[in-house]
Design a protein around this ligand. Structure first.
Ligand code: F0G
Length: 460
């Protein structure tokens, strides 16, 4: 078997936060109280929290120092200009509009561009971009290439868009009905997989041909750029900054959640070239987010985002970041745990239906795995499967399940060490050896929308 490479942290620890420990008995009681829903468990009862990589980064001493330099002026705070200069340098667009997080950026962008009856293609929409398109009465369409849905394909760029389908789609709907095309980098809903520069160029060419604006959902742009450097011919000698600049040069703008690749705990922005559209978005921003030089953020947060955007381009950091995800994957592979391959930029996605083959889809194997992982080891992960994404047939109420039944182990940035990841791998391997004991669940109470956050379940 190939040697497993344990990545060394390219930082040392200056501030620590104790992590809680609980007994199995306590965790079992907590699960019952929580209706077997790990979203409903208090974070101070979680030993290792892999629910999300969003807003969970550890900031650097440099970012914390910047927080002290927050200028809390209502208009024209210096931290805004620092953020604006930084975003312009990396992304290359002429307008930078801060927002409190990614979905606020999506909301104002789509409100400014999308009308009822329109169609917005992406490789795979993230839940919030989909919801922000659908709430306007438009249609959010996923056009990822087939490899995106194949957990075993070794394709290096499984985030790529199917460009033939994109072209046909625009032709069939008419370009006037497609107000923009999005591309999610990396493709979170498809295993955190990167999009190649070749694909970005092709998507851009098609968009130019039909005069459709092209925007990135750029939350994890640095991880995407690093994969291009490692995997795409002709980019090994380029810096991640140069690659990011090239990626963005083919588009008209981007939305960003600074809670991911800006290494901040809050924040986001829209950046774009179109002057008239930018004016429109700034007006929408003022109604709900705030004046255009702060967009719902404190000056200190703008500073943390500006500094984080520089730090995330550090290649030692990115080597370690993607190395950590690969390391967890390698440990799991050696222990026979099935997961979506190759590992992505921010998470390992366990194939729950293969992990628990005795639990049928209507008994929610992914959810059952999140419950078991918490009960046995105090680890919190998120199900991306039947509870989160099943659609109900209108007449019969019968559930139709998404193609993949996944459990995402998202790794917060700069938070956990190799020994934490070993603990996670050991717990999953042990659970896999005893998988027959894991039970399926049924839903006893669910809300109308986004049921995974608040549903109550019971074990069968
Ligand atoms: N786009 C992508 C690809 C995302 O992954 C997220 C958030 C957003 C947009 C929205 O950004 O949370 O700042 O409003 N993803 C988090 C996750 C929640 O856990 O994957 P936000």
């Amino acid at each position: 078997m190939a040697e497993i490479k344990e990545p060394m942290e390219p930082y040392r620890i200056k501030v620590i936060e104790p992590i809680p420990s609980t007994t199995r008995k306590e965790r079992d009681a907590l699960l019952r109280q929580a209706g077997f829903n790990v979203f409903q468990i208090a974070a101070d009862k979680i030993t290792i929290d892999l629910l999300t990589d969003s807003g969970t980064s550890a900031m650097s001493d440099n970012q914390w120092a910047g927080m002290m330099m927050g200028d809390e002026s209502y208009a024209g705070a210096r931290n805004f200009f620092h953020l604006e200069d930084t975003v312009k340098d990396i992304f290359g667009f002429s307008h930078v509009i801060p927002t409190h997080q990614g979905r606020a950026a999506e909301r104002i962008l789509f409100e400014g561009m999308v009308k009822k009856g329109d169609h917005v293609p992406s490789n795979i929409h993230f839940d919030t971009t989909r919801a922000n398109v659908e709430v306007l009465g438009a249609n959010a369409v996923d056009l990822a290439a087939p490899a995106a849905y194949d957990p075993d394909s070794p394709h290096p760029f499984k985030g790529d868009m199917d460009v033939d389908r994109l072209k046909k789609f625009i032709e069939s709907k008419g370009a006037k009905k497609v107000p923009l095309v999005m591309l999610t980098i990396t493709n979170n809903s498809g295993g955190g997989q990167p999009v190649s520069l070749k694909n970005i160029k092709e998507v851009s060419r098609i968009c130019r041909q039909y005069e459709v604006p092209f925007f990135f959902d750029a939350c994890r742009f640095a991880e995407n750029a690093f994969f291009i450097k490692k995997r795409e011919k002709g980019y090994a000698e380029k810096s991640v900054l140069e690659i990011a600049q090239e990626m963005f040069s083919y588009a008209d703008g981007a939305t960003m959640s600074a809670k991911k690749d800006a290494l901040a705990n809050i924040g986001g922005f829209v950046t774009l070239d179109d002057d008239a559209l930018s004016d429109k978005l700034k007006n929408l921003l003022i109604i709900s987010e705030g004046f255009p030089t702060y967009g719902g953020l404190a000056g200190r947060d703008l500073e943390a985002v500006a500094r984080g955007l520089r730090e995330v381009l550090d290649e030692d950091y990115l080597e370690h970041r993607t190395g950590q995800v690969a390391f967890l994957g390698d440990l799991l592979a050696a222990g026979g745990v099935p997961f979506f391959k190759p590992t992505g930029g921010h998470a390992v996605y366990v194939l729950a239906d293969r992990f628990l083959p005795h639990i049928l889809r209507h008994k929610y194997p992914g959810w059952a795995l999140t419950v078991a992982l918490y009960r046995e080891a105090g680890i919190r992960a998120v199900e991306i499967g039947g509870v989160m994404f099943a659609k109900k047939e209108r007449k019969s109420g019968k559930e139709i399940y998404p193609e993949l039944e996944l459990v995402r182990l998202a790794i917060p940035r700069r938070v956990y060490t190799a020994s934490h990841l070993r603990y996670v791998a050991d717990a999953l391997i042990e659970l896999h050896a005893n998988r027959d004991k894991v039970r399926g669940l049924r839903i006893v109470r669910e809300p109308l929308f986004l049921r995974h956050f608040t549903a109550r379940l019971e074990e069968i």
